[in-house]
Design a protein around this ligand. Sequence first.
Ligand code: WTA
Length: 653
Amino acid sequence: MSDQQMDTVLAETRKFPPSSEFSSKAHIKSMEEYQALHKRSIEDPEGFWSEVASELHWFKEWDTVLNDSEPPFFKWFEGGKTNICYNCLDRHLDGPNRDKPAIVWEGEPGDSATLTYAELHSLVCRFANVLKSLGVGKGDRVAIYLPMVVELPAAVLACARIGAVHNVVFAGFSSESIKDRVLDSQAKLVITADAGWRRGKILALKEIVDAGVEECDCVENVLVVKRGIEEEFAFSMKEGRDHWYHELAAGQSDDCPAEELDAEDMLFLLYTSGTTGKPKGIMHTQAGYMVYTYLTAKYVFDLKPEDVYWCTADVGWITGHSYLIYGPMQNAATVVVYEGAPNWPDNGRFWEIVEKYKVSIFYTAPTAIRAFMKWGDEFPQKCDLSSLRLLGTVGEAINPEAWIWYHELIGGKRCPIVDTYWQTETGGIILSPLPGVTPTKPGSATLPFFGIDPAVLTDGGEEVRAGILSVRQPWPGMTRGIWGDQERYKDTYWCKWDGKYYFPGDGARKDEDGYIWILGRVDDVVNVSGHRIGTAELESIYVEHPSVAESAVIGVAHEIKGQGLVSFVTVRQGFEGDETLSKALNALVAQKIGKFAMPERIVFSPDLPKTRSGKIMRRLLRDIAEGRELGNVTTLADPSIVESLQDQFNKGA
Ligand code: WTA
């Protein structure tokens, strides 16, 4: 967060209590009720969570609720046997939800489909049988690289059903990112599509996968979903390795009993950025994640049988896992899935979808809201948004101006807004208003969810008003660690305060009402349009280029994206820092990560500002990039660098 943004947030004093009409119908109706339940969840977590777990289906009940004998490796519901896919689908088949729409799908070109819970169940069973026919079983890793078509949630649920570990790779990642993830997780199957649609263009996904898996000996098969595109695009099928999903599915039964899995069997891996050049495979297991996403979805989104719920996140990110698939489907919600871009064929597409399907709960990212604001009020104003009753945001702190716009233009001043704070690692929402209870303040994620005991601390562990966010005790949805690197898990999340608290990596402030305001990352992770990118990832890519000597990448405030990246690069002697090199470096980032990770700007400079001990002063680079007065530069080894850097920066501006 820039200083200016921080000032706006600190000055924010408006409060928006929920209407009594909303509260009277909500699952949780009053602050007293919330406080009593929260207190109970902290004082007696085992009692609290076992009651929640009892609302779900178990093949066999657990022996212990929480095993905390080996911190930070906490285990939940040990001895229990369950299946999250069963709880998302089979559990609903005996009652009225059987014929209720589970997925309402809309493709970017305007094609659409509706699947009831019974139909989705059949599809998932058939998909699971296809996986089995390819030799995939419990514990095997399956990489999924699909556009937002119905087969994406179906593939995810099919893996869960047979106990295979899904590893979804967002379809904006490059071939090399696929390769890294497939190799790190040793996936034996990759599921993809021939292509997908994005902003009117064909994404040639199969071609990208082919380049990615070329050198991956672990991959035995590639399963290809046909998107149904008439236009020509490049792709090929490799004999013996590649199979059309629809051909294999045609011969399969739609009966496939859900595997009876151990509570701590792995459910999925999802790679996310950290402070090193190498993304980490965050692990989640069946039961704890299941119980936590079930309850957070129910209470934070106040899900009711008649709701039409739309989370605009891609399944390639954690939000799509927890709040497009697992959370809402355990609650038998009707979930809208949209394939494409918000501005295709025009800037009103999202609002047309809200009107068309009578969406009642809408969950999106602040970066999208800021883009809508810029595109103009006329687009939402043209549509009937009266079906909406609740709005949500996720991914970064929302600036009060965007919050108010969302509240007025989209919510018609009647919908509560839940600003939900959480991470890939937390599995589900950990800070959020409850919509029928919490008076909201624009820009604050407000109060902890049940089972979450947050504190704002100094580096030394003292409680303070503004400092670093921590969480004091384990909760069921938390990660079980980093695939293949549990030392890194301990170091990253548990070392800061001697193992006593979980360290999410965000700065925070607690106000006089106990509300928490997230102030942004305190490590070298940047949230670009709500997507995490480690600055070290770009830095390690740049130095692979023969003309680059050194680089420092920083996050700077960005009007739409929240944060953008600026790369400061020094070139080796005899090389030129020019337009051609800029393009080459951008191409390298697109090739190694994906286009979405390209910086706003590359600034070439003869040197970088360093302390006498050789540490790059990033704070100073941020000041330069955001045009701030520079403070004391006397600790620099060579203070004259700053002037030349400012010159370089202003030249390109
Ligand atoms: C940021 C996304 C402020 C935060 C679910 C966190 C937020 C990172 C919020 C996790 C919010 C997410 N307010 N900041 N409501 N939600 N963040 O793993 O910096 O992609 O650490 O999970 O996003 O990003 P991730």
